[in-house]
Design a protein around this ligand. Structure first.
Ligand SMILES: Nc1ncnc2c1ncn2[C@@H]1O[C@H](COP(=O)(O)OP(=O)(O)O)[C@@H](O)[C@H]1O
Ligand SMILES: [Mg+2]
Length: 347
């Protein structure tokens, strides 16, 4: 009988507490049990895939995925198993294709028709397109190149021309560029053509690609992370890059300062994002919103001089809330409400 909620985790990694689980997982399990819903954690293991699939398919009403698929050797097998579970009627939190859609950096090009993304944002899936477009993009101004993998600012490069000239349509391959990596804000000087070749590593391989977007100088005012429970904004993290020269990274490792705010302190951002959400959901394939997810924004200024919030990325695969553990109760309520909603739909 299907009567429980399964949390998927993977063994190992540096995000686990003394009990071997992510620190915010057992609080959710306990909060569900307090409310009369059985719940347990299963470690995904490719060796035991059939056993796990059979067990979950028979016993689970829903699963909650707490694995960063990028850290999983058997990413494809994991997604395939989740897909089969969803087909069997287990409620996916989230569905694997929502995980891929929301979590990939090329989400930005998919959302180009919304107000959340600048028009001149591109994604490159092969070297030819990259070589063709990037010199033109760079002629318009400073750019940020983002690889698809990771979440630590690694392979996220701010690219600046050393000697910008006006009215250039396209930057020649022998031009000098200054490249700053978001991982630690370190600077390297390159020739454009050589740097493009260096970036081939980001384009090749599974899910390889690069996003090319304008550099937004107001990043120095901070990156604004909206923490969401399905369609509800819960809290905001304001991440201010270090005040050293060249710093543009909002990662903790690079020295950024974090502050926790409430959504009503960011009402313009929140209202605008919520009004775009139905459109976002449609453009990303029509899946239900992820259970726990985040959207990161950077301030920009529009033609009228008004603030505009640009989407930098979204995360929905392994978002934690160890800084706000009491949220486990809100998450449990949300899980129960999603299960209830699905019951009335299928009844
Ligand atoms: N367009 C941009 N303009 C200015 N800074 C940016 C831009 N895009 C990213 N950044 C900075 O780079 C950091 C890392 O980029 P992000 O897209 O969040 O990748 P990651 O997955 O590594 O976190 C961000 O936290 C932000 O500080
Ligand atoms: Mg980020």
């Amino acid at each position: 009988m299907r009567n429980k909620v399964i949390f998927f985790e993977v063994q190992g990694g540096n995000d686990k507490g003394a009990d071997g689980y992510r620190k915010d997982t057992m609080p959710m399990v306990d909060a569900l049990k307090e409310r009369g819903m059985d719940a347990e954690v299963i470690f995904f293991d490719k060796e035991k895939e059939d056993e796990i699939y059979n067990y979950v398919s028979t016993n689970a009403l829903a699963y909650v995925s707490r694995i960063n698929p990028g850290n999983l050797k058997e990413e494809q097998a994991y997604f395939e198993m989740l897909r089969r579970l969803c087909q069997d009627g287990v409620i996916g939190m989230p569905h694997p294709d929502a995980m891929i859609g929301y979590g990939s950096k090329d989400v930005l090009v998919k959302l180009k028709s919304t107000t959340l993304v600048p028009d001149d944002t591109f994604a490159y899936y092969n070297m030819e397109d990259f070589k063709h477009q990037f010199p033109k993009s760079l002629a318009k101004g400073e750019r940020v190149l983002k690889q698809n993998r990771g979440s630590t600012g690694e392979g996220i490069w701010r690219v600046t021309l050393v000697n910008p000239q006006e009215h250039q349509q396209e930057i020649p391959f022998d031009a000098q560029i200054k490249c700053t990596e978001a991982k630690d804000n370190h600077v390297e000087f390159w020739q454009l053509g050589e740097f493009i070749e260096y970036c081939e590593q980001y384009i090749t391989g599974d899910n390889g690609m690069l996003v090319d977007m304008p550099f937004l100088p107001r990043i120095t005012e901070g990156e604004i992370r909206l923490f969401m429970l399905s369609e509800k904004p819960v809290y905001v993290v304001h991440k201010k890059p270090a005040e050293t020269e060249n710093a543009f990274s909002a990662t903790l490792f690079s020295g950024a300062q974090y502050r926790y705010d409430t959504p009503d302190q960011w009402s313009n951002l929140v209202e605008n994002f919520l009004s775009e959400l139905p459109q976002v959901m449609t453009l990303l394939g029509g899946y239900d919103l992820p259970l726990i997810w985040t959207a990161d924004f950077i301030l920009d200024t529009d033609e009228l001089g008004q603030d505009r919030y640009i989407l930098g990325e979204m995360n929905c695969s392994c978002v934690g809330f160890t800084s706000h553990l009491t949220l486990a109760h809100n998450v449990a309520e949300e899980i129960l409400s999603i299960i209830k909603k699905n019951k009335t739909v299928t009844a």
